[in-house]
Design a protein around this ligand. Sequence first.
Ligand SMILES: Cc1cc2nc3c(=O)[nH]c(=O)nc-3n(C[C@H](O)[C@H](O)[C@H](O)COP(=O)(O)OP(=O)(O)OC[C@H]3O[C@@H](n4cnc5c(N)ncnc54)[C@H](O)[C@@H]3O)c2cc1C
Length: 448
Amino acid sequence: MNKRTFIKLFSAMIASPVISPLLARATKDKLTNWAGNLEYSTDRLYSANSLEQVRNYVKKQRRLKVLGTRHCFNNIADSTDNFLSLKPMDEMVALEPEAHLVTVDAGMTYGQLCPLLHSKGFALHNLASLPHISIAGAISTATHGSGETNGNLATAVSALEIVTAAGQVVKLSRQRDGEVFLGAVVGLGALGVIPKITLDIQPTFLMRQYVYENMPLAEVKNHFDAIQSSAYSVSLFTDWQNQRISEVWLKSRVEEGQAFKATSEFFGAKLASKNLHPIAELSAENCTEQMGVPGPWYERLPHFRMGFTPSAGKELQSEYFVPRQHAVEAILAVERLRDQISPHLLISEIRAIAADNLWLSPCYEQPCATIHFTWKQDWPAVSKLLPIIEKELAPFDARPHWGKLFTISPAVLKSKYKKLPDFIQLSKNYDPHGKFRNEFLSTIIFSS
Ligand SMILES: Cc1cc2nc3c(=O)[nH]c(=O)nc-3n(C[C@H](O)[C@H](O)[C@H](O)COP(=O)(O)OP(=O)(O)OC[C@H]3O[C@@H](n4cnc5c(N)ncnc54)[C@H](O)[C@@H]3O)c2cc1C
């Protein structure tokens, strides 16, 4: 990935009446994404702390992008012109217990929302591997957790507001706005600025997670469906070596009648005797509690704990969604590339996700399995490997995660989203002159 030229921070300070911690960090190091593999193309960053500030700023700028918590690995969030941060807008705005809804400011992270929600007696249906990410950034890229009955995190969105290029506030809801709503939720930041989101909630619940070690790959081949349906959320971690899954993480809801009962063996894997990190060499201190200890949903659904570094830190990530019926073939296809993959890999994770009806969700109208790669931070090597993996996964209609690294061509990618023409039209309604476009969107979504 090319390093970018930076405009001096000074210009961002002039533009911003509120200097956020994000900006403070940028004074020392240049403004980068979380992993540090991407220096953004400008550090002109304005932090808004009210809807009025958002609207005024949007009206004044010719081009801008919103920055969430900067956890994407590609340039989907990048801008050569201006960044808007909603980080100071991080309150829970309304809790509607009867309707099972919570409305939040879009700058809020899951790590901020979840304990608050739990203290009021409520929960979300699922979480990603880390709670550190902004809610708006996560839903904009169809971020997901695991569990074959769980849709991605964007499926919990019940309503949202969008500040359009003209500075107008559009309110969309699942109940009222049908297809337009379904098109807007996984919006890739293309429709405008999301200042507020309403999410479905449910009564809070407890969970426990068990980790098993060393499952023979043959078990995955023969029993993938049984393995995936054995708990509320199932993650298989592998380094693709020795025909085995190194760790199986099973997360189950404690109150469910059919909660997972820990046995000493699970499809040939052995129950772990201590907490583990998915990358076995790293400290499990960063990970959520295992060994069957019950705890609140938000301290078990993510793999990594708030306040600790998630994953490895210095890394790259790629992930491919394949329709669920191709899961085993796709896994075996990747496994055949083990000798090419392993030298550059920290760990892979295989998960399952329910189908949804959000236009740009990779799970649009199809349940999926995902094959994820956490890479060593060596883009020259990884960029050579990705086309090889993508070629092997092509027969299985693989789609990349919107926020991770991929090399699939725009033409191929576009052919996989039948609602893309409708999405482009929707974007043009809200942003006729491309105020919210950047290189990623212009190349991948809007090029003809
Ligand atoms: C360690 C690690 C673990 C991860 N684990 C998972 C995982 O388990 N599952 C998974 O699916 N992904 C995972 N990811 C990827 C991550 O969830 C996504 O990249 C997600 O989009 C990050 O949210 P963010 O706020 O950091 O987004 P950013 O990178 O800041 O922005 C992403 C996009 O959202 C847009 N956006 C952000 N806020 C707004 C707003 N208010 N209005 C309009 N547009 C907005 C941006 O413009 C950009 O287009 C992981 C990433 C890391 C670094």
